[in-house]
Design a protein around this ligand. Structure first.
Ligand code: AMP
Ligand code: MG
Length: 396
């Protein structure tokens, strides 16, 4: 059994970006990571533009100007201004080469074609220079950058319509457990509704992993070996749910051994998720996740997510961690490290009720996990605790 920090370090040490890359359209790149830095093909903005609705002035000492022209957004006009002349201009329009500054309309008085300015104006005021965001030939986004809505839009604003991204990892989920039933059927005695497949699929989708397969294996060595064998044929990462504990009907550990999967670690001093297994088979990875749903998801967020992120080409170490004051006292005698479902709100963190590894009710409301190191703690309200922010940190 190893410590949480050791386990996470082993995951990161064994992670690498997938070698294969692909060039795909921007609109398919959400959550994907750049395989190389992107070079700006143009200046951004590509011309001097007005950042206000107002008047572009050819400056002189007096505060009155004659209005000689109008330039609106999209116009190509470049009127030539003499000293003391101005043009009516709007946000996003090209500032004529002969203008020195733009004054916002609220600070002027217009009488027909005469303009009086009410405040002093400095050269360059309210003008966004060509290349002031990014210059042609710059590399504004680095290799490994994950593309979010903002990144996609930024690339579009540079006129880029496709980019080279790291191949997305293929993940196979294997669900074990004879007690599991699909929610489409009425429950029968001794059975429960299966929920870890949607749990893992959704958590993977949130990371931009579309290439997913789900298979089901009954609790037998033969079925477990067969499902794993098939998964290793195509998956970069195999996630097994359940069957990794020490019960007589837990066959995953034995199946992994028989398939000569290299064990990187088995069992972590943590709650939930003690019987977590991490190993490698050729180029593929396997996590065997304890089947209790809150254990499965906790282990996913803490250990699987950093591996996936690194395979995708990111430099991330996993969930963002922050020291946040506790909203209440908290003490625990638990010798293992704890990952506690919690909510961060108003700059404090509250640990939720119903922490048992079988319970998703608290996880469904959580936006964070509070990490309590091994050996227990006695903490007062206001004490800082290490908090892992979940990918859905904004509360609804
Ligand atoms: P296991 O890790 O297989 O010993 O399972 C631990 C607990 O998690 C048991 O109570 C299982 O019924 C439950 N469990 C395992 N797999 C799932 C699943 N896919 N969906 C919901 N609960 C599960
Ligand atoms: Mg089981």
């Amino acid at each position: 059994m190893i410590a949480v920090e050791e386990a996470l370090a082993l995951v990161l040490d064994n992670s690498f970006p997938l070698k294969e890359t692909e060039i795909i359209p921007i609109n398919q790149c959400l959550n994907r990571n750049l395989a190389k830095a992107v070079e700006a093909p143009i200046d951004l903005p590509s011309f001097r533009l007005s950042s206000m609705d107002g008047y572009a002035l050819c400056l002189h000492q007096s505060n009155s100007y004659s209005i000689v022209y109008e330039v609106k957004a999209g116009d190509a006009a470049n009127p030539s201004l003499k000293i003391g002349e101005c043009v009516r201009i709007f946000t996003g329009a090209v500032v004529p080469d002969s203008a020195d500054a733009v004054i916002m309309q609220e600070k002027t008085i217009r009488k027909e074609d005469q303009l009086t300015i009410e405040t002093p104006v400095n050269k360059g005021q309210n003008i966004r220079l060509a290349g002031s965001q990014v210059q042609k030939g710059d590399f504004p986004l680095e290799k490994g950058q994950v593309l979010q809505a903002s990144g996609l839009a930024f690339l579009k604003s540079l006129g880029i319509s496709e980019v080279e991204v790291v191949r997305s990892p293929k993940v196979t989920i294997i669900i074990t457990g004879n007690e599991l039933m699909p929610s489409s059927e009425p429950l029968t005695r001794g059975k429960i509704y299966e929920s870890n497949s949607i749990l893992l699929q959704a958590a993977l989708h949130q990371q931009g992993i579309e290439n997913q397969l789900v298979s089901f294996a009954e609790d037998s060595l033969k079925a477990t070996i067969s499902a794993l064998k098939k998964a290793f044929l195509s998956a970069d990462v195999v996630l097994v749910s359940g069957g990794i504990s020490v019960g007589d009907y837990d066959f995953v550990k034995q199946a992994l051994k028989e398939l000569e999967v290299k064990e990187i670690f088995y069992k972590v001093r943590q709650r939930p998720g003690k019987p977590l297994f991490f190993g490698k088979k050729d180029q593929g990875f396997v996590f065997a996740l304890p089947g209790n749903p809150a254990s499965t998801l906790s282990c996913f967020y803490v250990y699987v997510l950093p591996l996936i992120a690194r395979l995708k080409g990111s430099k991330s170490d996993g969930l963002i961690r922050a020291s946040i004051p506790l909203a209440h006292d908290f003490s625990s005698e638990e010798p293992r490290a704890l990952f506690l479902k919690a909510t961060v709100q108003n700059q404090n963190v509250s640990i939720l009720d119903r922490q048992h590894s079988s319970m998703l009710v608290s996880f469904a409301k959580a936006n964070a996990l509070v990490y309590i190191p091994e050996q227990g703690v006695r903490l007062k309200k206001g004490a800082l605790v290490e908090t892992l922010l979940l990918p859905n940190t904004i509360l609804t």
